[in-house]
Design a protein around this ligand. Sequence first.
Ligand code: NAI
Ligand code: PHE
Length: 352
Amino acid sequence: MNQSIESLIRSWDGEEVLVRFDRSSGAWIVFAIHSTYLGPATGGTRMKYYPDLAAAVGDALRLAEGMTYKFAVAGLDRGGGKAVIALPENFDRSIRDDLLRRYGALIHQLGGLYQTGPDVGTSAEDMDVVSQTGAPYVFCRTPENGGAGDSSSPTAAGVHAGIRAVGDALFENPSLKERSILVQGAGSVGSRLVDLLLADGARVLLCDVDSARVQRYLDVPGVSVIDPEAAFRTPCDVFAPCALGGVLNSDTIPRLQCRGVAGAANNQLAEESDAERLHARGILYAPDYIVNIGGALAIPGIELEGWSIGEAEERVRQKVEEVLNLVFRSAVRDNVTTNEAARRVARSRLDI
Ligand code: NAI
Ligand code: PHE
């Protein structure tokens, strides 16, 4: 049953939620500020259609919480936040930039409380538009506008490192030679990940609901394109969700035929108890907010600290490997799920 907006917000442990109705476009804008304990609430802008406002608020709340854990576990001085722009059905794309400019003006009004970057449904070019109305800091603007551009390359590097760490924990060897990796979603991150996996000697099983996205892989040696419906029942060593969240749930987990899970998608667990379900099935779960730290770690490093792209990707790889190894070890030592072990690492830096 759908929860009401009031109960969603009341039961959430974050700091504040701001909701604005953008009358001229019919879009709702939701800012979820989960924690500013470690620094400014930072997180991407998700822009898509939702069936109702409660679905948009619920998504923003969970995504913002994930950002808090992402920065905390990586040892970064940033807090977690997320913004959702919930588009109406039949949205008129000709007014998209106007909406993004008004959204940027709202971030400006928040006076530094929230910093953003792209997420599902927004791009580096969109961040250029958002920054036009004075939003204090907008990550991932295009290089022509002084930003580092799209974050999918460092994100894919981190996911690759995460899959290797899972392989190492399962098979005592990080090499992916002849390992089978099922990549769900051949979008910006998924397609870059496929290239890295192939270079590592892996066999890739790939699916996407948009058949145009897998077209170019049909004749690529080492890649087998599979039906998206088959993703949860196809045998593989590691399942890499790189599409949307909620894919690990009470319906899919009993069907999975993988040994481990490590992917880019945010909020892969539909609910916390799904971590127990994976554990009970002996599937090693690499928590999503560790595996997908790439953009959130690399882009501020490149834009604010002057790291080169190569240095940023190397730091991402090292961080993902280091944190996952710590989490895997403490999960075994404390006899808890990897999800709980990761939370404990993050909470040791937080006030929650
Ligand atoms: P994208 O939108 O470029 O790609 C997602 C792909 O998944 C699309 O090709 C879409 O058709 C496909 N897809 C959707 N539902 C599917 C399904 N049921 N089965 C198979 N394919 C499906 O997004 P992007 O940037 O590649 O991000 C992927 C995920 O990683 C998202 O959940 C995003 O929040 C997360 N993420 C991305 C980061 C980045 O730097 N781009 C950073 C951290 C997380
Ligand atoms: N979409 C990114 C994530 O989920 C958000 C982000 C990118 C935030 C770059 C800051 C900088 O991690």
